[in-house]
Design a protein around this ligand. Structure first.
Ligand SMILES: Nc1nc2c(c(=O)[nH]1)N[C@H]1C(S)=C(S)[C@@H](COP(=O)(O)OP(=O)(O)OC[C@H]3O[C@@H](n4cnc5c(=O)[nH]c(N)nc54)[C@H](O)[C@@H]3O)O[C@H]1N2
Ligand SMILES: Nc1nc2c(c(=O)[nH]1)N[C@H]1C(S)=C(S)[C@@H](COP(=O)(O)OP(=O)(O)OC[C@H]3O[C@@H](n4cnc5c(=O)[nH]c(N)nc54)[C@H](O)[C@@H]3O)O[C@H]1N2
Ligand SMILES: [Mo]
Length: 828
């Protein structure tokens, strides 16, 4: 999320697209309601008429999996009718930059330039800029990069800064504007309606209303979540929305931004911690065999030529210093070689890939820790069968989940399964203390309310017991590659007991000699003198005098003060990075530093210095030669995490496309009329036998899955609660009266939903909330399915809907396609 919930009140137009926030994030409604009270308008784009849609001014149905067409049409519409925010876009984006003349998109094949069909990978060179000139880092004494030559800093060849060529007149056929204009000229109003199944008048109304936010005194916010992300081009969906916000000038200012209403408490924290194969904590890259086999290679591969990521060696060395403590020295590259390296086939170790390894008998043991993959992952019938090949399984959870009891599924024969299963009871959130992050990136302190019941333990205690035993075993018996285990630092104890506070000190960062907490990540060094677990959190727990007291830390703050009255609340908890509530807030003012809208100002240049209500997201002051703090006059570098300092409309940063392009879902009810590829050429895992693709001649109905307020995800936490089961006792599908009539199904009937992967029995809710679409001239039916039920639990049980979903993935995030696949339905 670039903003936060309280900021919704500042918006003029809300576009909920792929998020049902009133249902799944009820607290957000407090702030969206304030916007409505101030006269804001609300648009909902969703295949179903949801509880959120019921509050909207315009409801616009969309066939699942076609959002890029909807947004591509919006870009075409705003270019044709000159509705984009020209001054903003020219100042803060790469709109005028010239792209490599060999850039190409071939409509016949649906491929961009650079595709290698054998490796199924893009070489992104032709997506990059033409170069005007180059400069080198000044590493001489007193130079901006003098730190590179410091003692203890790993040696690496510094990057060359390439200054991109531009054409401010936007006439050059290779400039981003011309390429984008041409690319989306195919996305006409009629095409959008044909592919997405919406009606043209409604669509035009939506475009007009949302594009009205390009006015300098207006902002629009996009609320999104799983409706956008759970597709094999989910990352491109997300990028598309970022482009729209950039074009309309809705980035960095109050009431704007791109806002992912996030999921599990604590999914934002989990993402930050680097829970995926390719990430270290704080979005640094895991070392890989091919790209960064040594610390020198990592620094050369990862360090940006310009912008804030020129500091990456400081983040990495300080991270290693925390990871390996006294064992990390300049001489041994701070223990870099002890970190495992991601192999060429790293995708194999993503969640989806893991179950293939289990199926092949390669992966023999599995830890499910606060996760219920036998229910929540795609193609669960395959998953539970793959789990039968495990020698051992450990589940650490609150309740006996489907994963803990995979051998008890109705279609399993327990007598044939040899897996040894262990269950470790985990303490509830109320039974332990620590911090938790919300969608707005705020770290907030949570206090323990009661002791855990029975043998249940906080996760950090379980982790500590496990780590202690493993180290004892290594010490006693030796073993393969002991150094990473034995040299890893683990000193998170107070009075001999594992405690979240020393973990907080490590995450915040400290002086490696004195242990004094750092004030923020600006203090980090690349010479081994600082240590940090999580550079982006630095500053969240920095009150060194009150180290033992979380409520005296920024995370414990609870002040209602709100200078500017924009809901910034700078002294309520701590937002990463650097207590910044709005990412890219430099964009809330024009290039000269004058706020676009005086009533919605976050930062402003008063002619002498910067004033601000939020922590500025740019270099607004610096130390002069005498060490005095002096203001830095305005420039246009508003995106300091990008080397070019500008928001990217065309990018080399994605694996599957420089510009979002429509591809059909893996299982689609129609053919792709936008280009010659059916699904994305970069889809992942589609070749695995387990996927068992079905086609529209067998299964003509589109299905999507989603949540309701009364239950939580796989239901382990809510189906054990009788009151909730009473309100929402059974799994149902939403089905239109038209499809129900065709299939002879009445409201409340038991029905069977099936495809090549599975078959589930549920109940039918016949409702006008879901309606048939006309797609490319033909009627296409869609159904909606809840996904909270399973065989485990004591009260409310049901079939697992993920028996139907395809285990194919996005090449950037590897998320499966839960939101659009094919099924058929019959009366059970
Ligand atoms: N009570 C409750 N709250 C929850 C959860 C819960 O289970 N219960 N889950 C939490 C978690 S982990 C998460 S991640 C969030 C999820 O929050 P949301 O993303 O809001 O959750 P969903 O209901 O899965 O999907 C949102 C909407 O996307 C629509 N949709 C489906 N396909 C498409 C499409 O292709 N395009 C568009 N535009 N829309 C589509 C669906 O009809 C649905 O209304 O909620 C969190 N909050
Ligand atoms: N078809 C379909 N499938 C989906 C989705 C969808 O929209 N459609 N949504 C996807 C999304 S967004 C998500 S986030 C996943 C969720 O997938 P999971 O994370 O597998 O599902 P949860 O039910 O949230 O499981 C979390 C488990 O953690 C346990 N737990 C809670 N707190 C703690 C704790 O402090 N410690 C420990 N050790 N355990 C704890 C809970 O009891 C629960 O069993 O599902 C995904 N699957
Ligand atoms: Mo989620």
């Amino acid at each position: 999320m670039t903003g936060h919930y309280c900021d919704f009140k500042n918006t003029d137009v809300i576009l909920s697209c792929g998020s049902n926030n009133l249902e799944n994030h009820p607290v957000s409604s407090k702030w969206t309601q304030r916007a409505l009270d101030n006269g804001a308008k609300w648009i909902v784009v969703d295949p179903r008429f949801t509880r959120t849609a019921a509050k909207a001014d315009i409801y616009c149905p969309i066939r699942s999996g076609t959002d890029i067409v909807f947004y591509g049409g919006m870009i075409n519409y705003m270019i044709e009718n000159d509705l984009w925010h020209r001054e903003f876009v020219m100042a803060y984006s790469n709109m005028s930059y010239l792209i490599n003349p060999d850039f190409n998109f071939d409509v016949e094949t649906g491929l961009f330039s650079g595709f290698d069909p054998e490796k199924r990978k893009y070489d992104t060179t032709t997506w990059g800029y033409q170069v005007e000139s180059t400069t080198e880092w000044d590493t001489s004494e007193g130079g901006a990069y003098a730190w590179v030559k410091g003692e203890g800093v790993p040696s690496f060849t510094t990057p060359t800064v390439k200054v991109p060529k531009k054409d401010e007149t936007l006439q050059d056929p290779n400039c981003v504007y011309q390429i984008m204009k041409k690319h989306y000229s195919r996305y006409t109003l009629d095409k959008v309606c044909e592919v997405c199944g919406m009606d043209k008048e409604t669509l035009k109304e939506v475009y007009d209303l949302y594009c009205s936010t390009s006015a300098t005194d207006k902002t629009g916010t996009i609320l999104y979540a799983l409706g956008q992300t759970q597709h094999h081009y989910g990352a491109q969906n997300t990028r598309m929305m970022a482009m729209i916000q950039l074009l309309l000038g809705n980035v960095g200012n109050p009431g704007g931004g791109l806002n992912a209403l996030r999921g599990e408490p604590n999914v934002q924290g989990a993402t930050d911690m680097g829970m995926t194969v390719f990430d270290l904590p704080g979005y640094l890259k895991w070392p890989s065999i091919s790209g960064s086999p040594s610390l020198r290679a990592w620094c050369e591969h990862e360090t940006y030529a310009a912008g804030y990521y020129t500091n990456k060696p400081k983040f990495m060395v300080s991270f290693l210093k925390e990871f390996f403590g006294e064992h990390a020295t300049a001489d041994n590259d701070y223990g870099y070689d002890w970190l495992p390296k991601v192999p060429e086939n790293g995708e194999t170790f993503t969640t989806t890939g893991t179950f293939e390894l289990m199926d092949q008998g390669i992966m023999k043991g599995y830890f499910a820790w606060g996760q219920n993959p036998a229910h929540s992952d795609a193609n669960t019938k395959f998953i539970r069968n793959a789990m039968c090949n495990l020698d051992w399984l450990v589940v650490a959870d609150w309740s006996y989940t489907e994963t803990a009891t995979f051998w008890k599924a109705p279609d399993m024969d327990a007598s044939k399964i040899d897996t040894e299963c262990y269950f470790l009871p985990a303490a509830l959130i109320y039974e332990k203390s620590g911090t938790i992050l919300n969608s707005g990136r705020w770290l907030q302190q949570r206090y323990k309310a009661v002791d855990p019941v029975g043998d249940a333990k906080p996760d950090y205690e379980i982790a500590d017991m496990l780590r202690t035993r493993i180290v004892e075993l290594y010490k006693a018996e030796g073993g393969v590659c002991p150094e990473p285990i034995l040299n890893a630092k683990w000193d998170y104890y107070i009075n001999g007991k594992i405690d979240p506070r020393p973990v907080a000190w490590a995450l915040n960062g400290y002086d490696a000699k004195t242990g004094k907490l750092l004030s923020g990540y600006g203090d980090l060094k690349a010479d081994g003198s600082t240590a940090i677990g999580m550079w982006i959190y630095s500053g969240f727990y920095n009150n060194d005098a009150e180290k033992m007291n979380p409520s005296a830390q920024p995370t414990g703050r609870r002040s209602h003060e709100d200078p500017g009255n924009l809901g910034v609340y700078p002294n309520w908890a701590f937002a990463w990075p650097n207590n910044r509530r709005h990412l890219y807030n430099r964009c809330s003012a024009d290039p000269s530093g004058k706020p676009w809208n005086e009533k919605k100002k976050l930062v402003w240049w008063d002619g002498q210095k910067w004033g601000h209500y939020d922590t500025p997201d740019f270099t607004f002051e610096k130390k002069d030669a005498e060490g005095k703090t002096v203001p830095v006059a305005p420039d246009s570098k508003a995106f300091i995490m990008k080397w070019e300092g500008a928001g990217n409309l065309i990018t080399t940063g994605m694996k599957d496309a420089p510009l979002p392009e429509h591809y059909e879902p893996f299982e689609s009810p129609t053919h792709n009329v936008m280009n010659g590829a059916e699904h994305s050429p970069m889809i992942r895992f589609a070749e695995n036998k387990s996927v068992n693709k079905g086609d529209r001649s067998q299964y003509p109905i589109v299905a999507t899955t989603y949540s309701i307020t009364e239950h939580w995800q796989t239901g382990g936490q809510t189906r054990a609660c009788p009151a909730l089961d009473e309100i929402a006792p059974k799994q149902f599908i939403e089905i239109s009266p038209e499809l129900a009539a065709e299939k002879g199904i009445e409201n409340g009937d038991a029905v069977r939903v099936f495809n090549n992967r599975g078959s589930v029995n549920v109940h039918a809710m016949v409702t006008k909330r879901i309606r048939p679409f006309t797609i490319n001239g033909e009627t296409v039916h869609q159904i909606g399915m809840l996904h909270h039920w399973g065989w485990a639990n004591i009260y409310s049980t049901g079939d697992v809907v993920n028996d139907l979903t395809p285990n194919v993935g996005d090449p950037n995030s590897y998320i499966p396609e839960y939101k659009a696949f094919l099924v058929d339905v019959e009366k059970a």
